[in-house]
Design a protein around this ligand. Structure first.
Ligand code: WTA
Length: 650
């Protein structure tokens, strides 16, 4: 398979927006984009203040932006509520009967919530939280599958000023425990189980295991989704339905007046060092940024039906299933299950059934579904589609073209949106009515975003020269800190260049287009999921047979990247396939199935420098089957490299 970098270097196609699309879109030409962009960069405060006026405020702000010793504050002095902006505002303006969420169950049934109904559910659950003694500023842990109770719980937290911390339901109990211990959550909201590929997966057991070591959690609320039997802990556990049915629980709940910079949510993500970090987003800036990017990049109109396939457990679901779409009064399709259940046309069937106009998914899904053959999408009526989007990892031009031609029938622009958990919303993306598209490029920065590519010494890279992708100015949706760890915030993001370091490498071409090349740190994007090498390594080392482990990515046809593990064993353990299988399931149990190594190579020794540092660069080359190791003379024993290469897992 040609690597992504090889294929983008050869890419020269340009596709222009169709006239009719441009005519009806929010930004109609590059000229218009450039004019607004220039204004937004020259005077960002005026630009964002004008946009912020479109939200509903209880009290206007005093200052738009302030730099408090490297911690950025937006709209200080202002008061608003995210749930009020996502719900009450639309109900008051006559949209009570507009569909907010169309929930497609794995079984094929659906349930629809209008804005009026969603508001009622959110208010009721907000009152349940209050009754359970959750206070403004408390952290509430949410560990739910893709069911409506998930956005309802998030918005109920936002309504009373509690901070939600959602953990992806595919994570294991250990991963959940680490996150709860870091956030000191007072409550957990979970479900008995979830549906995946027609099977029932237990969630409550994971939650119970995690809670054994989480003394801060006093209450658990459990959604009955599958009806499987669970271990019910008296005095701690309550059923969601029973609490919601109680007579004293009212349909009304006044939204708290939240200060702009109070915390809205924590979302854990992986970085270079061991433990995942809690990325903190606050009220006003995050909501404004999610809202504006959603409106312009997805070019949303009143009658659009928008379907995002991400899980709400990741940032894409937070910003582009919940806060972005709902703050724009859009109709969102959320899907409970697996993309290929019961057959590989599930997404295309959902598009046909709900007449989806905008579809947003990940390159991994595109590659996997393309491989299933064109007969699946061709059997479905996809004529409602007008815009396609992708996120989470670089998209190779071949997959891009398949998406454009086979799903979009060459009439739908494809927005390749680049962003991160930390950025809160999309930073680099085409605007579909304006930007000429180049397959594989995320194209141009959004309004107010000063993106650039720098060399190691901090100077600006030349055109087409790869380097560190940085953002040179603050923007409203940026993370405010790392929960419990302000030093890590400063070190990770600002120490190297003094401006926001993304952790990605990129180059800019002669048209000013950005081409994202991949991570510059030890984060691996497996099927779009963000996984820290260090987390997988500590999981492996926690197995009784393992002495040392080193994790590197290798290119994978469907997943983009996959995990390659080099493992040295303790004395007395046999190198065999059974043990490899055991190690894989150990990682799956301690971290989650998405972090399972695809390949494991047993090694007697790893390439180390005299100071004991493992040279991952060399291991990466070996995993890729390349002989370009770079300099190996600094190794304690350069022979190790040859032995490892000879025994490479193919
Ligand atoms: C990668 C996901 C290329 C990138 C929203 C980034 C992308 C990391 C793209 C963040 C894209 C995301 N093209 N790479 N369009 N979008 N990435 O925090 O490496 O899960 O740093 O947020 O995904 O992953 P995260």
């Amino acid at each position: 398979m040609p690597s992504y970098i090889d294929s983008i270097l050869k890419e020269s196609r340009v596709l222009y927006p169709h006239e009719e699309f441009s005519r009806n879109s929010h930004v109609k030409s590059m000229k218009e984009y450039s004019k607004i962009y220039k204004k937004s960069i020259e005077n960002p405060e005026a630009f964002w203040a004008e946009k912020a006026d479109e939200l509903e405020w209880f009290k206007k702000w005093n200052s738009v932006l302030r730099n408090d010793h490297g911690f950025f504050k937006w709209f200080e002095g202002g008061e608003l509520n995210a749930s009020d902006n996502c719900l009450d505002r639309h109900v008051k303006s006559g949209n009570a009967n507009k569909k907010a969420i169309i929930w497609e169950q794995e079984s094929g049934k659906n349930r629809i919530y209008t804005y009026g109904q969603l508001l009622k559910e959110v208010c009721r659950f907000a009152n349940v939280l209050k009754k359970k003694n959750v206070k403004r500023g408390d952290v509430v842990q949410i560990y739910l599958p893709m069911i409506p109770e998930l956005p309802i719980a998030m918005l109920a937290c936002a309504r009373i000023g509690a901070i939600h911390s959602v953990v992806f339901a595919g994570f294991s109990s250990d991963a959940l425990k680490d996150r709860i211990q870091d956030s000191s959550a007072v409550m957990i909201i979970t479900a008995d189980g979830s549906y995946r590929n027609g099977k029932v997966v237990s969630l409550k057991d994971n939650a119970d295991n995690a809670l054994k070591e989480c003394p801060t959690v006093k209450n658990a609320i459990i959604v009955k989704r599958t009806g499987i039997s669970i271990n019910f802990v008296g005095g701690r556990d309550c059923w969601w339905d029973e609490l919601m049915k109680e007579k004293e629980i009212s349909d009304l709940c006044e939204p708290e007046k939240m200060h702009s910079e109070e915390s809205l949510f924590i979302l854990y993500t992986s970085g270079t060092t061991g433990k995942p970090k809690g990325i903190l987003h606050t009220q006003a800036g995050y909501l404004l940024f999610a809202s504006q990017t959603f409106r312009y990049i997805f070019d949303i109109n009143n009658d659009d039906i928008y379907f995002c396939t991400a899980d709400i457990g990741w940032i894409t679901g937070h910003s582009y299933i919940v806060y972005g779409p709902l703050s724009n009064c859009a109709t969102v399709v959320m899907y409970e299950g697996a993309p290929t259940y019961p057959s590989p046309d599930r997404f295309w069937r959902i598009i046909e059934k709900h007449e989806v106009t905008i579809f947003y998914t990940a390159p991994t899904a595109i590659r996997a579904l393309a491989k299933e053959g064109n007969e699946w999408p061709n059997k479905c009526n996809l004529s409602s589609l007008r815009l396609l989007g992708t996120v989470g990892e670089p998209i190779n031009p071949e997959a891009w073209m398949w998406y454009y031609e086979t799903i979009g029938k060459k009439k739908c622009p494809v927005v390749d949106t680049w962003w991160q958990t930390e950025t809160g919303g999309i930073l680099i993306s085409p605007l579909p009515g304006a930007t000429p598209l180049k397959p594989g490029s995320a194209t141009k920065p959004f309004f107010g975003i000063a993106a650039d590519v720098l060399r190691e010494d901090g100077s600006k890279a030349n055109l087409n020269e790869g380097g560190y992708l940085v953002i040179k100015n603050p923007w409203p949706g940026m993370l405010r800190t790392v929960w419990n760890n302000p030093d890590r915030y400063k070190k990770t993001y600002f120490e190297k260049f003094g401006v926001y370091l993304t952790g990605d490498t990129a180059h800019i071409d002669e048209d000013g287009y950005f081409w994202i090349m991949g991570r510059s740190d030890d984060v691996i994007k497996v099927a779009g999921h963000r996984i820290g090498s260090a987390e997988v390594e500590s999981s492996l080392v926690s197995h009784r047979a393992v002495a040392e482990a080193a994790i590197v990515p290798f290119p994978h046809e469907i997943k983009g990247q996959a995990i390659y593990a080099f493992v040295t064993l303790k004395k007395g353990f046999d190198k065999n396939d059974l043990l490899k299988e055991e190690l894989r399931s150990h990682v799956s149990k301690t971290l989650g199935p998405i972090a399972k190594p695809d390949k494991i190579q047993f090694a007697d020794d790893l390439p180390k420098t005299r100071s004991g540092k493992i040279m991952r660069r060399i291991l990466k080359a070996i995993a890729e089957g390349s002989a370009e190791y770079g300099n190996i003379t600094t190794l304690v024993d350069p022979n190790v490299v040859k032995i490892l290469a000879e025994n490479r897992e193919k």
